[in-house]
Design a protein around this ligand. Structure first.
Ligand SMILES: [Zn+2]
Length: 110
């Protein structure tokens, strides 16, 4: 299964096409549902204690890392702006990690 990804990295933005096994998305969703310390039951538990949060985070991080080992890079090309590309591909006009992004509107009052 081929996935189009947009990477924004310090060394430049890239458009990447990766090949992943068919179960990859399912495994990623399951891992996020079961172990991600930001969501659901684990999220609720993680709010109670930093130790619990750290515990789930290390499991989650480990599993996600293993999943990414199954990604095979097929194609990678530098692009001018990951923001422009992700809006074009995913229609994602919401959240952005960049400061002073010209593509993504900033939160009002910032
Ligand atoms: Zn942006």
């Amino acid at each position: 299964m081929k996935l189009v990804q947009v990477w924004s990295h310090k060394d430049g933005d890239h458009l990447v096409i990766v090949n992943v096994p068919w179960w990859h998305q399912l495994a990623e969703n399951t891992t996020n549902t079961l172990f991600c310390p930001c969501h659901g039951f684990t999220g609720w538990l993680s709010k109670k204690s930093d130790k619990v949060e750290g515990f789930f985070y290390s499991i989650w991080n480990n599993l996600i890392g293993k999943l990414y080992n199954h990604e095979k890079e097929l194609f990678k090309v530098p692009i001018e702006s990951a923001c422009v590309a992700s809006v074009a591909i995913y229609g994602d006009d919401g959240f952005c990690f960049r400061d002073n992004c010209e593509v993504h509107p900033q939160e009002p009052g910032e």
